[in-house]
Structures are given as structure tokens and as C-alpha cells.
Design a protein around this ligand. Structure first.
Ligand SMILES: *Cc1c(COP(=O)(O)O)cnc(C)c1O
Length: 426
């Protein structure tokens, strides 16, 4: 069976046409930080499967946890029933965040939907009809329609969906840089809040690093002031840490760079160590009590595969593995290598800016026309990277070896040099 042929004819890939206009590579297996292709080549993984495979692939400890749970109970509905893996996971998440109430669901986008619903219900329970959200430009919160409605309008092509998409309010994202001044953006925020606070249920933000909407690192101080402004108007603070959570920025959660806590938190991606689809929405006891003790009474959401025991088990194992490892030391070491290596290419004529934090290294290009050529160059040189638009970036597993990481950064640099030398052709 030529599965690549079937794929080409029948299977849609993310953000793609059918058949795909770009090459789709067949993967035979994965191990640690390597991807083994059907063609016999092997690639060093510079993407960690979209922020999820934080321990690398095919980890023995995670495999064992899944096999063990498989023998006991692969799935059971969560309506009216519960099980140990879900309770253990809830307790772990409560201990990690200091929040109280956990809603387990199947993907990041769904957890964002649940977060938006929770915020609206909380406001309603308090007697306020607030049906809009505030979000940042360049934001990315997922691909379902509710989540999309708080994503950057241009990036997610809001215009295609006409009036079907909820209309939300956007404010300028804080300027680029961990130490940058954001007084201008805070001023704009204050003005928007003054004008629209009566309609805004919550402010949804990716703390410290905006991911897919621009890979932008910004000053955590923005969040501290923004929270104060929102508290004044009883606007909930929703942190989307689906990308940043579980250590990616050097802290367990990126909001730990601030002195504030979210009212609502969404997590996903790294939660199961990249094994299974699973996410969660967490909130405070005050918020869950306010909804539960009101006329509304219930949070009306319930995915069929809510709290899937296999996913809970592997999430529990992944969190244990992380907490029992020197992850902070590893992330810091990776951060230092990205910092030193990417610096070498910052003066290239096609590079606009290089930046990094935690296990994330980013080269922003001046033009978006190079993405597919850069990707081809990397694959030809044994590295899996998937640039999009102007962003040529890498997010690595915390367990990557120094040699593998240096191979990734060297390939990124070589790819830029290759483009520089062949620029007329593109
Ligand atoms: C990936 C991502 C999502 C969506 O998660 P899915 O599991 O892909 O639905 C939401 N928010 C952020 C910040 C993300 O990076």
C-alpha cells in the first residue's frame, strides 16, 4: 500500500489545500529528538511537534504509563463517573497553579472555548451582560470559531467568515522585547477599557510570548499593569498558556515572570508530553462558586472524550517526569545556546530581528517569500523545521543534546546564508 498516495488524494493537512501544494513527508517512526522518514533519511527535530513533545519522542516512562492504563481502562464517559487518573491530574494542576477548579477537555482550542464560556457565565452570574472579549493584535488562541474570534484578525482571515464570527475588541500588543517600554500600549488599553468595559467579559492573552501569531516576546510588566486596569472594571484575566506552559519559557508557566495570577488559565500542548490530545481550563474557586451558586448553576460543556483516562495517565507521567528532571537547568542551557548562536546571523541582509527565550529561538525575516525554500534546505541538511511567513523558528525538547541543538542552529544560519547567496532567484 502506498500510503503517501492515499494521503495525497484524500487526507487534508493543517492550513493546506487538498491535494497539498507543498511536499508532505512520510514519517516511519520517532525516537528521542529524531524523526525517521519513510525515505530512509533521519531528521533532528527542531519543532517538538508544535510545542508538545517536551521530553522528546517515544519516552520509555511515558510509554509504560500508557500501557499500564490501557490494561485497566482506555476510556469511560465522564458524565456522572470519575476515575483516579483524572483526579490525580486535577490535583497536580491545582498544585502547580494555585488555581482551584479544573475542566479537562480534548484540545487547546476547546479549552479556549470553555474559558470564554466560563467568563461570560461568571459575568452573567454577577448580573452583568458582557458578551465581548478583549484580545491583543498578533494573538493566536486556536482554530475553532470562538477561539478564532479572539485571534489576530488578519492572520486568521476573519473577513472570510463574514458575520458568522463574533466581533471582539483588539488592542495593540506590547512592543517587542522582554525589557521594552509599553507605556504607549498601556495607555491605549486604558482608553479602550474606559470606553468598552461595560461589554467586555474578559481579556484573553498569551503571557510573555505570543506564539503562532508572531512569535513575539514582550515585557511581563505589561501584564501587571493591565491586570490592575482590568480589576477596576471586573474584567477577567484569561491567560492562554497552551504554548508557553510546562517550562517552555524557563518558568513552569510564563505568568511566573509576573507577580500576578490569572482568573482563568488554559493549558494544552506540552500537557501530555506530546503523546495525546488533551487540554484543560482552570479557574479560581471564587469563579466556579459564583457560577455554581447562581441561577445558571452549571458549566454547559462536555466533550465525549473529556478526561480520557489514557490522556490523563500520560499527562500525569509527563508532569512527574518533568518535575523529577533538572528541566530548568536544561531550558536555561538551551536558552543560552540559542542566544549565542542566533546572534551570529542577526546582521544578515534578509534578517529583521533575532530573539529567543527558554527553548524558543526565532529569526524574523524581512520577507515572507523564503519559508518553503528555508524548509527544503533544512530537510536536505537533516533538520526538521517549519518556518511560516517571516518566522523561521525552533522549539526544542528539553532533553535535546547540545550536539543536536548546535546542528539545528547551524542549519538555520546556513539556510539564511544560502538564501542570501541565491536571493535573486526568490
Ligand atoms: C496551539 C494553541 C492553541 C490551540 O490549541 P490546539 O490544541 O491546536 O487546539 C491555543 N492557544 C495557543 C496559545 C496555542 O499555541
Amino acid at each position: 500500500m502506498n500510503y503517501l498516495e492515499i494521503d495525497k488524494n484524500h487526507t487534508w493537512h493543517p492550513y493546506n489545500s487538498l491535494p497539498s501544494k507543498t511536499k508532505i513527508l512520510g514519517v516511519k517512526k520517532t525516537k528521542k529528538c529524531k524523526i525517521y522518514l519513510e525515505s530512509g533519511e533521519k531528521l533532528i527535530d527542531g519543532m517538538s511537534s508544535w510545542w508538545s513533545a517536551i521530553h522528546g519522542y517515544n519516552n520509555k516512562f511515558l510509554n509504560k504509563s500508557l500501557k499500564k492504563q490501557l490494561k485497566i481502562m482506555p476510556h469511560i464517559m465522564f458524565g456522572g463517573l470519575t476515575h483516579k487518573p483524572a483526579s490525580i491530574l486535577s490535583k497536580k494542576l491545582v498544585d502547580l497553579t494555585g488555581l482551584n477548579s479544573v475542566f479537562l477537555c480534548d484540545s487547546g482550542s476547546v479549552s479556549v472555548e470553555v474559558a470564554l464560556k466560563t467568563a461570560i457565565l461568571y459575568q452573567k452570574a454577577k448580573g452583568k451582560d458582557k458578551y465581548k472579549f478583549l484580545a491583543l493584535k498578533n494573538a493566536y488562541h486556536g482554530d475553532t470559531l470562538g477561539a478564532m474570534s479572539v485571534c489576530d484578525k488578519e492572520n486568521s482571515m476573519h473577513s472570510l467568515y463574514g458575520t458568522y464570527l463574533s466581533q471582539n475588541i483588539f488592542t495593540q500588543a506590547p512592543s517587542l522585547g522582554f525589557d521594552s517600554d509599553c507605556s504607549k500600549e498601556l495607555k491605549e488599553l486604558e482608553e479602550i477599557l474606559k470606553k468598552h468595559h461595560n461589554e467586555i467579559a474578559g481579556f484573553i492573552i498569551e503571557p510573555v510570548v505570543q506564539g503562532a501569531g508572531g512569535m513575539r516576546i514582550y515585557n511581563p510588566k505589561y501584564l501587571e499593569t493591565a491586570k490592575k486596569l482590568c480589576e477596576k472594571y471586573d474584567i477577567l484575566f484569561i491567560f492562554d498558556e497552551i504554548a508557553t506552559g510546562f517550562g517552555h519559557t524557563g518558568k513552569m508557566f510564563a505568568y511566573e515572570y509576573t507577580n500576578i495570577k490569572p482568573d482563568i488559565l488554559t493549558i494544552g500542548k506540552g500537557l501530555t508530553g506530546g503523546y495525546m490530545t488533551m487540554a484543560a481550563m482552570l479557574t479560581t474557586k471564587d469563579i466556579s462558586d459564583t457560577i455554581s451558586n447562581s441561577q445558571i448553576g452549571v458549566l454547559m460543556h462536555g466533550p465525549t472524550f473529556m478526561a480520557n483516562p489514557l490522556a490523563c495517565s500520560v499527562a500525569n507521567a509527563s508532569i512527574d517526569l518533568l518535575l523529577n528532571s533538572p528541566w530548568q537547568k536544561r531550558v536555561l542551557k538551551i536558552e543560552k545556546i540559542f542566544e549565542e548562536e542566533l546572534e551570529k546571523i542577526k546582521d544578515s541582509k534578509i534578517v529583521k530581528n533575532v530573539r529567543n527565550i527558554g527553548v524558543i529561538g526565532i529569526i524574523e525575516l524581512k520577507d515572507d517569500k523564503y519559508a518553503s525554500k528555508l524548509q527544503d534546505f533544512c530537510v536536505e541538511n537533516g533538520v526538521w523545521l517549519r518556518p511560516f511567513g517571516k518566522l523561521f523558528y525552533s522549539i526544542v525538547a528539553y532533553t535535546i543534546s547540545q550536539k543536536e541543538l548546535l546542528k539545528i542552529t547551524k542549519t538555520m544560519i546556513d539556510a539564511i546564508k544560502y538564501i542570501e547567496n541565491h536571493d535573486e532567484k526568490f
